[in-house]
Design a protein around this ligand. Sequence first.
Ligand code: SF4
Length: 351
Amino acid sequence: MVEQGVIRPPSEASSLLVRVTRNCPWNKCLFCPAYKGTTFSKRSVEEVLSDIDEMAETYASHVDVITSAFLQDADSLLLPTVELVEILEHIRKRFPKVAHITTYARAKSMKRKSAEDYKTLKEAGLTRVHTGMESGSLAVLQMVRKGSTPEDMIAGGLQVKEGGISLSEYIMPGLGGKTLSKKHALETAKLLNTIRPDHIRVRTFAMHPQSPMRKMVEEGKFVPMSDDEIVAEIRLLVEKLDEMHSYFHCADFSLNLLMQVDGYLDTDKAAMLRELDAFLSLSKEQKQAYSLLQRSYPAQHPLNAVRDPKVMEQLLPEIEKIQKGGDDGFNTYIQHLMTYQLPQPQTDTWV
Ligand code: SF4
């Protein structure tokens, strides 16, 4: 029976999923529900090769249309290079049309491999590494127990790129809360400008109801941000990013309020800033209406939707109802809607 993990990047929706390890070896990040309640283990090369063989038989009639594969779960680069090479070569042997093989990895594991290792992995078929930077600020990373430092991220990221492998960095606006917002934006931009990844993927922070960060909120140690405050944070981040040939993705994740802010920094930065400014210049009611629209029906809604008096006529009574308890009532409601899109932990006691 072929094993599969619980998540993969949205860009790997049509990829063959090959599980090489189970769950996350770190699993302590306070914002991440994905693997809570599970334990990490490595799978033997024999087990993985046997899964690949079984999938090749199951998908025999589709083998010519399967062109990409993704190595699960959270940190495949923890495996020795020689084992990964054997797995990559076997995928390409059994699925000859596979041209792209990608994986998730933690910065600490990325750093442990040399540029030579990455060249070897590239030759065997690895084409992209997806990694969670979340923030370039050490203060934010320590607060959420990321377990990696900006130095790990620079070393790991640059080695992956030197080996000729495409690099995709995930960042999380809102993760610093109100207190660390500016630091989070400025230091994340600085780190991204140093690493210059091929892809920057925006994953707006939403707090899972079971997350230990709830307690931090009660104790006043974390102050959640509203949608428009997070847009202002993203605006500062984009402003400080170099006009480099990195693709800034918001469209691939529906928790991003402005999914239309999406494009190459070297050609589309000005247009992205214009869209962010256009949102920030809306009235308070229009911003709330846009948040309610996007959080209720996640999609790329044009800002013009809330410039339409007829749409506002429909949404304003809803906002008034939600807002009975004041502005915080509205923001709390929006934050609650956002949690529906998060993965679920596999435990009732996330500590
Ligand atoms: S964010 Fe990544 S490293 Fe952190 S617990 Fe989740 S899967 Fe593990």
